[in-house]
Ligand binder design. Structure first.
Ligand code: INI
Length: 161
């Protein structure tokens, strides 16, 4: 057994004093409105102030990254949460929308230094999406906001070290 253990840094789950940007797709708004409600619930329950949350609406999931990039560049946010719903069967370009949204959002955090969370549901049908937006499988918006809180705290600690 080694005699010492490495220092481990983790982000806590308090949202107090943190500023969040939520970018929400209007496409499939019957799902994304529920994701946003879940995200705001998570921020509120973790001690955050909803006055420190800005919601930006975009047409669809393919536009989430552009708005999130602008918010990251503003320097006004500790973390960003991208919320969308891509549902297979309603489009033949499902794969393009899903992979385009995922790859563009994934770049923002590493490139800007502002944690940017992928809260986009990719589902086979509407029922699956409903299950994951506050139904029997929880709320992916709540989970995305919780990840944003943890990452904002972690990045804050790492920068201060
Ligand atoms: N956008 C979504 O957020 N979800 C979808 O399921 C979807 N489908 O099915 O096409 C979708 N398309 C719109 C896309 O995100 C853009 O807004 C559009 O292509 C304009 O750039």
């Amino acid at each position: 057994m080694p005699e010492s253990t490495p220092a481990t840094i983790e982000g806590g789950l308090t949202a107090q004093g943190l500023r969040f940007g939520c970018v929400v797709a209007r496409f499939n708004s019957f799902i994304t409105d529920r994701l946003l409600a879940g995200a705001l619930d998570a921020i509120n329950r973790h001690g955050g102030d909803l006055d420190n949350v800005t919601v930006a609406r975009v047409p669809g999931s393919l536009e989430l990254a552009t708005a999130a990039s602008a918010m990251a560049a503003s320097g006004n946010y500790d973390a960003l949460i991208c919320l969308g719903a891509v549902i297979q069967g309603e489009t033949d370009h499902y794969d393009h929308v899903a992979s385009g949204a995922a790859s563009s959002i994934a770049r923002i955090g590493p490139e800007s230094g502002v944690p940017t969370i992928f809260g986009v549901l990719t589902c086979e049908n509407a029922e699956q999406a409903i299950d994951r937006a506050g139904g029997k499988s929880g709320n992916a918006g709540f989970n995305a906001a919780t990840a944003a809180i943890e990452m904002a705290n972690l990045v804050g600690k790492l920068k201060a070290k």
